[in-house]
Design a protein around this ligand. Structure first.
Ligand code: HEM
Length: 361
């Protein structure tokens, strides 16, 4: 198989991109301020609701040349901290289905990081969501979606509906937003246990000499058993958190981290994150294992540390893992705006851990 080599010109700045980015970030911030006023606490502008935070180990084996790239260049073990979440920027009852997030912070990674803030920190973040593609895969489409939501009289209700329908399969939500994406039609997800889901970078990133989308898939039998399993949320507004806490009281979990390398820039585009990279063009290849032991996933100290002191950011990465494409570029400003606001309003320090021992039990 021939893999496309990374060169800076695989990215193409889109027409009107700078002004569209500015509009997106301004609109998101306006919503963020409203949510703060409602809650009198600053939550994340996306993925506000945490379902548990766990510590574990990323084990990188000896890999063939095309996979032995960036962080994965040599066999190594790193501690990781992982925050599970739901996508909306406010706290919804878990009966409203939503895409879920798996934010991974790898600790002990030497080398300058792309984001200037904390460039010397020994952490590297990977942000994954329980959908293979991002339906609003360009800045232009993302702005359309944002405008649509802002136009609604009751913005949060509409956003709730859109997120819920998206998790259920996408078609109706996308029709609602005037955007169609056949890839999501087949997903047909009801409201399922998040620990059984596969989490994806959705858009592309640099993978050393190559370009990839990353994903983490359930590996141990206990998490595999939850794949596609409906979760009972009736009268249980925190059903997902309760399930995560209960799970890790009883046992640990293993996930396989995988890279899907780009083999064809036309069929596997960088600039539109809504297009699925077909497995027939390039398989998801294992690059490491994440091993999470049994533990307390939502102690008060850990919740506060994870929600209010930590930030996960796709741009907090080695240059070898630079996010690629317009939907990734807008994230640079969007995450900075969200994290700056919430740390300032909650009067909390921004912490990049230097050791796993800093994560409270
Ligand atoms: C392209 C694929 C994307 C993935 C895989 C993704 C994933 C995630 C995840 C997992 C989190 C939770 C991080 C945590 O637990 O702290 C998050 C947070 C966030 N996302 Fe995304 N996201 C994507 C695209 C976007 C886009 C396009 C925007 C905005 C234009 C956006 C804005 C945000 C914001 C503002 C936060 C909260 C940041 C903070 O306050 O720390 N994301 N994202």
């Amino acid at each position: 198989m021939t893999y496309v080599k990374y060169t800076p010109d695989v990215e193409v700045i889109q027409p009107h991109e700078a002004e569209q980015v500015e509009k997106i970030v301004d609109m998101m911030h306006a919503q963020h301020v409203k949510t703060f006023d409602k809650l009198r606490h600053a939550v994340r502008d996306a993925h506000a609701k945490q379902h548990g935070t766990v510590v574990g180990t990323l084990i990188i084996p000896s890999l063939p040349e095309h996979l032995a790239q960036g962080l994965f260049a040599k066999p190594c073990e790193y501690p990781v901290v992982i925050r599970f979440s739901s996508a909306p920027g406010t706290l919804k009852d878990d009966s409203v289905p939503s895409p879920h997030g798996m934010a991974i912070k790898v600790i002990g990674v030497e080398g300058q990081k792309l984001l200037l803030e904390h460039a010397d920190a020994v952490t590297q973040d990977f942000l994954l969501v329980s959908m293979p593609v991002i339906p609003f895969g360009t800045v232009e489409k993302y702005l359309e979606m944002q405008k649509f939501i802002a136009l609604q009289e009751n913005a949060s209700e509409q956003a709730e509906k859109a997120f819920g329908l998206l998790a259920k399969g996408g078609k109706k939500a996308l029709d609602l937003l005037g955007i169609s994406n056949p890839v999501l039609d087949g997903l047909g997800i009801e409201n399922e246990y998040l620990l059984g889901q596969t989490f994806h970078s959705m858009a592309a990133l640099r993978f050393g000499d190559y370009i990839a989308k990353l994903s983490a898939a359930p590996l141990s039998p206990e998490v595999k058993a939850l794949t596609g399993k409906a979760i009972d949320t009736k009268h249980k507004p925190s059903a997902q958190r309760d399930a995560v806490v209960d799970f890790f009281h009883k046992q640990g979990a293993e996930y396989e981290l995988r890279a899907q390398l780009c083999t064809d820039l036309a069929k596997m585009p960088i600039e539109d994150g809504s297009i699925l990279w077909e497995e027939t063009l390039s398989p998801h290849q294992p690059i490491g294992k994440i091993i999470i032991p049994a533990q307390e996933a939502y102690s008060p100290a850990r919740r506060v540390f994870s929600d209010d002191k930590l930030s996960f950011n796709p741009w907090h990465c080695l240059p070898e893992h630079q996010p690629l494409g317009s939907i990734m570029r807008v994230r640079k400003q969007a995450y900075a705006s969200s994290t700056d606001f919430r740390h300032a309003m909650n009067a909390q320090p921004k912490i990049e851990p230097t050791s796993i021992d800093e994560i409270p039990d």
